[in-house]
Structures are given as C-alpha cells and as structure tokens.
Design a binder for this molecule. Structure first.
Ligand SMILES: *Cc1c(COP(=O)(O)O)cnc(C)c1O
Length: 356
C-alpha cells in the first residue's frame, strides 16, 4: 500500500533528504548546544485577544519596528515564518523549476539545498576557499542560468564573515542577472557587518534576518527579508495569505520595542563574554586540534577523535552539532554558546575525556 502512495509523489520529493534539524536529530540532553538557540527563555505575555479574526498578512507595527531597528524603509521589509520561509519564497518567486538554478558555497547552511530540492530547482555549489571566503572566479564560471546566489555572512557553521570587497565583486558580476541573498541570521553578534546600508545601491541585493538567534525567539518562528520594493512586491505575490499567527505578531512587536532590543543587546554581550571564555579554554585541551574564530553565538572546533567525543558528550546529556559530513569539516563539531554554567560543564566534560 505505502509503496503505491510513494509512487504518486513527485520524483524530487521521493529523492529528497529532509533537513535534519537539531530537533529532529533528538537526544536526551540537559545542555543543548546544537541549534544556536539562546539558552534561556525570554518572558512575554500575549496582549492580543482577537483570535476569532484572521491576522494581518504583514502586521504594521512589526514591520515598522523592524524597519526602524534595521535602518531601512518599511516598504523594504517582509515578515515571514522564520528566515527559512524567506529562503523558499525567493526561489518560488524567482526560479523556474527545471530551468533556473540557485548557487551557494559549502560548507554553509543546509536549507538552501533542501528548499531547492523540494521545489525542483537545480542547485549549484562552489566550494568556499580554504579560509572560507568566496571563490569568485569559480562562481563567475557557474553563473549561467543562476537566478539566486545565497551567501551566509557570518557563515553557519564556520562562524566567519565574508569579505565585503568580495561581496561587492559578487554584486557586480550578478547585476541584472541574479539576486544576491545575504543571510544575516547572526548579524546581531557583529552588527557593524550588516549590508542593510547597501540596499539603495543594489536593486538585486536581498538580506535575510531572524528573531530565532540573538532575539532568543526560535520557538516563535519569525524572520524578515530586507530588499527594495520591487523584490518585496514579488515576494508578496507568493507568500501565504496569513503567514504570521496573531500571537507571533504580538510577541514580535514586543521583542522589537526599545526594551526588547535593549534586552537582546544585553544577551548578546553575555554570550560574547561566554564565547571569549570558551575561546580561551578550548585550545588548552589535548583533544582540541583547531578552534576557528567566530563572529557568532557558536564556535566550530576540530577535535581529535571527534566521533568519540560527540558520542561521549551526548551520553552525558551535552548535545553538540556534528559537522563531520559537511564538506571540508572532517573532525569538526559546532558548539552553540550557552550560559556560563553550561560552558563550564562542557569544558569539564572535555577535560575528563583528555585524561581517559
Ligand atoms: C537559524 C538560521 C536560519 C533560520 O532562521 P529561522 O528564522 O529560525 O527560520 C537561516 N539561516 C541561517 C544561516 C541560520 O543559521
């Protein structure tokens, strides 16, 4: 029976390997350092008692507050069910299945390929250089038929920023042909690096943002696409009629109030402190081979015997993200920055592994 149903499905969906989110991978932990979440809940109360009504498609207060926060015009902001929905809306609006392609540079975020496969769009990859910057000559050779280039800066999972002069070159080589999408999911940890100020200069630049990371609201599912009005208008054609539930818009507006933004900045300062502490501790461990610099709330580390370390920590309830299968990342684990107590537990557990 089930095989008959399987045969009815689209071929690309039958072939699809779904995104293995940290949640799907499971684990029985009490120290969750695998999804780049903020480690503690933020308290919000719901103020809207209008659940009998459909929500606004693009809640005005959320749009206005995000625009003010990001330093752009409200007409340059689209709000969606996480940045992940933004990734997919761009493909649905700009890429013809079976004809157009997207391009990205591994190792990077996993959803670009998953969305492309789901929709049936070809994806091309151009491996990042050994220092994880863009391989611009190789990208130039692959651009034929590409409509959207996804570029994550700071990059997940490597933690580095992409050089701004390289992004300018990429924007020059794609002008009039393709969109360049800068995924700024972690930009609050290095706010000076945002490309938001470039929107007036580049009609084909798009920026993705989220409340899931620095704003501590991964469970809310709320993200933003920043772009010039012609791009936003096209995305508005393909977005669902009610993409944001009323409670989501309610909490998002509070998170983007002056107090909400101040709280976020305080959290970022704490996490940056904890990251500096971890950065000082990790190189002292015998199991550590290489600690990569990070502009984000996670650190990529290459360990000796990373599989053993991953499993041993997992069994102790400390859950990291294994990056072994990502191109160029053999032996690497990604560690989200938790509370100071969580960072200390991690280091203590790693120290214990060193003496075994
Ligand atoms: C977490 C993450 C996202 C997804 O954000 P959501 O708003 O939770 O969908 C997008 N891009 C990158 C690089 C991420 O790490």
């Amino acid at each position: 029976m089930s095989t008959d149903i399987e045969a009815l499905a689209r071929a690309n969906v039958r072939a699809l390997t779904p995104y293995m989110s940290a949640r799907r991978l499971g684990g029985n932990g009490d120290v969750w350092l695998n999804a780049n979440e903020y480690p503690l809940p933020v308290p919000f109360t719901l103020s809207q008692q209008t659940l009998n009504r459909y929500p606004e498609c693009q809640p005005g207060e959320v749009i206005e507050r995000y625009a003010a926060y990001a330093g752009v015009m409200p007409e340059q902001v689209l709000v969606s069910r996480g940045a992940d929905e933004g990734i997919e809306l761009l493909m649905r609006a700009f890429c013809e299945p079976g004809k157009d392609a997207i391009l990205f540079c591994p190792p990077t975020y996993g959803m670009y390929s998953v969305s492309a496969e789901t929709i049936g769009i070809e994806y091309r990859t151009v491996a990042a250089l050994p220092d994880w910057q863009l391989n611009l000559p190789a990208i130039a050779e692959q651009l034929d038929g590409v409509k959207v280039v996804y570029m994550c800066s700071p990059n997940n999972p490597t933690g580095n920023l992409i050089k701004q002069e390289d992004i300018r070159t990429l924007l020059a080589m794609t002008a009039g042909k393709a969109l360049v999408v800068a995924d700024e999911a972690y930009i609050e940890f290095c706010p000076q690096a945002t490309l938001a100020g470039w929107l007036q200069e580049f009609p084909h630049l798009v920026i993705l943002r989220t409340l899931s990371k620095a704003f501590a609201l991964a469970g809310l599912r709320c993200g933003f696409t920043l772009a010039n009005k012609p791009v936003i208008d096209l995305l508005m054609k393909v977005i669902a009629p009610y993409p944001l539930a009323t409670p989501v818009a309610d909490v998002a507006a509070q998170a983007l109030s002056d107090d909400g933004i101040a709280l976020m900045r305080q959290h970022v300062a704490e996490l940056n402190d904890n990251r500096a502490w971890l950065m000082a501790q990790l190189p002292q461990l015998a199991v550590t081979e290489q600690v990569f610099p990070s502009e984000t709330n996670y650190i990529l580390v290459r360990f000796t015997h990373s599989a053993t370390i991953f499993k041993s920590l997992w069994d102790q309830g400390i859950i990291l993200r294994d990056q072994n299968k990502n191109p160029g990342l053999a032996g690497c684990l990604r560690i989200s920055i938790g509370t100071r107590t969580e960072c200390e537990r991690l280091i203590a557990a790693l120290q214990a592994l060193c003496v075994e």
